[in-house]
Structure formats: C-alpha cells, structure tokens
Ligand binder design. Sequence first.
Ligand SMILES: *Cc1c(COP(=O)(O)O)cnc(C)c1O
Length: 435
Amino acid sequence: MNYYSTNKKAPHADLSKAVVKGLAEDRGLYMPERIKALPKEFFDNIDQLSFQDIACRVAEAFFGEDVNAEALRKIVCDTLSFDCPVVRVEENIYSLELFHGPTLAFKDVGARFMARLLGYFIKDRKDGQTINVLVATSGDTGSAVANGFLGVEGIHVYVLYPKGKVSHIQESQFTTLGRNITAIEVDGVFDDCQRLVKSAFMDEELNRHMKLTSANSINVARFLPQAFYYFNAYARMKALGLADQLVMCVPSGNFGNICSALFGHTMGLPIKRFIAANNSNDVFYQYLQTGQYNPKPSVQTLANAMDVGDPSNFARILDLYDYSHERIIQLISGCTYNDSQISETMRQCYADNGYILDPHGACGYRALKEGLHDDEIGVFCETAHPAKFKETVEQIIGTEVAIPERLAAFMRGQKQSIPLSKEFDDFKQFLMAEP
Ligand SMILES: *Cc1c(COP(=O)(O)O)cnc(C)c1O
C-alpha cells in the first residue's frame, strides 16, 4: 500500500518510507491510498473475538500488504500486552480505559506498535546507521514513545518537552530512562517543541548528518494502530447488547486518537457519531461552528496533553472527508470546557459514581453527559490514569489517588535532561554534535 501526502505535493511513499520519514517532503501528513472496508460478517461476529484477534484483522487491513503475516501478528500481540477494557460509569455512559499500559496512557498502544514496526523495517538494513527518533511532547507522548523504544537496537530517541509545563510524574517517565533515550528541556511551550522537530526534518544539512524520523502522532505507524481499541470497544459493547446507537467521545489535542477512530468508521465500524471533546484550546470546536480554521497559540490547562493550538491531524480529517465541512459536521460534533468546568466534572462524577476521572477523560465524560440523546449509549476514552495527574486530581476531588507500582518505579529514578532554548539554531547545533 502506498501513502500520499495531505499537501499533495510530495511523491507517494511505501509503508517503510512513510514510517521512517514520518512527515512527507512537502510537510504534509501521510494518508493510505486506500482504506479497506472490513466485511459484514466480521462485524456480525466481532463480539466472539478477542482483542488480539480483532486487532490482527484491523492491522492486516492497514499493513497486510507490506508486512509478513506472522511478523505482523507478533507485532500486534507484543504491542497489546495489556487490556483496554470498557467500564460502566453510569447508565448509558461507559469509559474506554486506555491507561493500562506501561506509561498509563493511550499513547502506549501507538508507540509500542511503531517501535516494533520500525524495528521490523530496519533489521535487514546494511548501512548500520542509527535511526534517530525526534518527538515533541506536551506530556504523555514523550513517556509512551521513550518507553516504547527503550532498548530497541539501532534507534536513538530525543524527547523535546516544554520546561515547567509537564507534571513531575510525566517528566520522570522520560527523563530517568537513560540508555538510548535523551530528554531535551526546551525553554518554551509545546508548539515550540513541535516546531523545532518539524524544522529539523526540513533541514538538509542536519538530515545529511543523521537519519531522522518522527514518532509524533503524525506517524502512520503510531496513529493507525489506535483504531484497534475502537473495534474492541465496539465488540465489548455489542456483547452487552449496547452497540446499536453508539456514540464515541474522544478527548482531543493533536487529533491523532480521534482520527484513528474515524478511519475505523470508514472501514465500516458501526459507530453512529463522534464527539471531539476539547479543553479551552478550541480551534477545532470553532471550525465546526464556523467552517473557518484559525490556529492560535495554545493555552495551558489542567488537561495539558490537549494543549494544542494547531492540531496536526486536522489535515487528515479534512482529507478524509474531501474538505467538506458539511460531511464533517454530520459525523462529528465538538465541545470545549475550561478548567473550572473540568474540575467541577471530576468532582461531580466522583461524588455520583465513585469513578475517578483524569482531567482529559473529564472532558469526554462531560461531553456525553451533556450531549447524549435518549436512545444513545456513549463511550468516552479515559486517555490517562488519574494518578498521572495525582496532585491536581487529589486537590480537586479531595481524596487520595493511589499510584500504581509501575508509575512509582519511574519516580524513584534520577532525572537527566539537556536544557535548550526554543531557537532552532541551538537545537541544530546540539544535534550536529551528536554522533
Ligand atoms: C495525547 C493525549 C490526548 C490527546 O490525544 P490526541 O491524539 O493528541 O488528540 C488526550 N489525553 C491524554 C491523556 C493524552 O496523553
């Protein structure tokens, strides 16, 4: 299968090139030339299948032409070493818990898959040159990618994160690993980190010096596998007899997660409609209302992994629906919540249901609470474990949040990071001095 760029000005790429390059030459995002629909009988019997089996069918539709079947099955099964269960929160509202992986957020799925697929593609290379993964993070991407790639031979990871803008717990998950992981603390905001990464890919001299690739949610090997858990969520809801009028609600920042759900829908997954839940960073919400897309600088919120002012994957959504605002608003609605609404929702949900939301999931839960019609059942993504935002969550709900042992282990580690300004020249100079 070949991949084209959303900007339509770059040559088409095969999967290996799309994964290694991440971003197309024209700065567009890669899109598969075809999205294969899965047959009706697959959906009819999906509730009989395991998560792994469902994921293998979906993976085969995406990657089956380019990856040997046995290797693909192994990549999928290694990736999904943990479950993504659907849990009842209250009548008609269910939580798709995506935080049972090693770094307690949904990004583990895409990051683990990408590390293994990249490993598959480079294992037979002859040049022996290290591949350098550059990743900008507003919190959770960095830890998921760093842990997904930790110890993978032939790959070095550079994590760029905004100084002082990620929680201590998040920071410990990518600054304490050492080995093939380098953390870079940028004196700026997330959008600066993202810009530095994008500029690095465009810099010819740097690309001659070292082989660079991206692991942000723009990479097809990261965002497509996220579709696995939407198919599984549908299957588990179907088993409960609750899948007929399903609404999927996704707390969104860079829009990679919801984009993979929309790909699932295009493949035939019977979700009735989608809701993109935003914090105060509301460019997508405004686009839905007005048809105008006006990126703006991100603002800091309690749900900091969604603090994105110019979501990259918006280009994919436009492309998927032929730039039709009409088609987009028929399928997707939006909502936006400020910090006090997020806090209020976390308190309310805990008081009513005893369910502890993290600030991101809170946006999703609230969107269903406000937007669900009587005949619909809603599933929202609980995108991270509340313990990742321990102080914030405890302060809001007034109860202690237990830290899972795999998180506690990170916090005992020693922080190592390299401070840099937000100027590209500084970043480039640093990389040029790397082996
Ligand atoms: C990354 C992240 C999001 C946003 O996901 P996108 O794919 O960027 O839209 C939401 N919640 C958490 C906890 C995240 O880490």
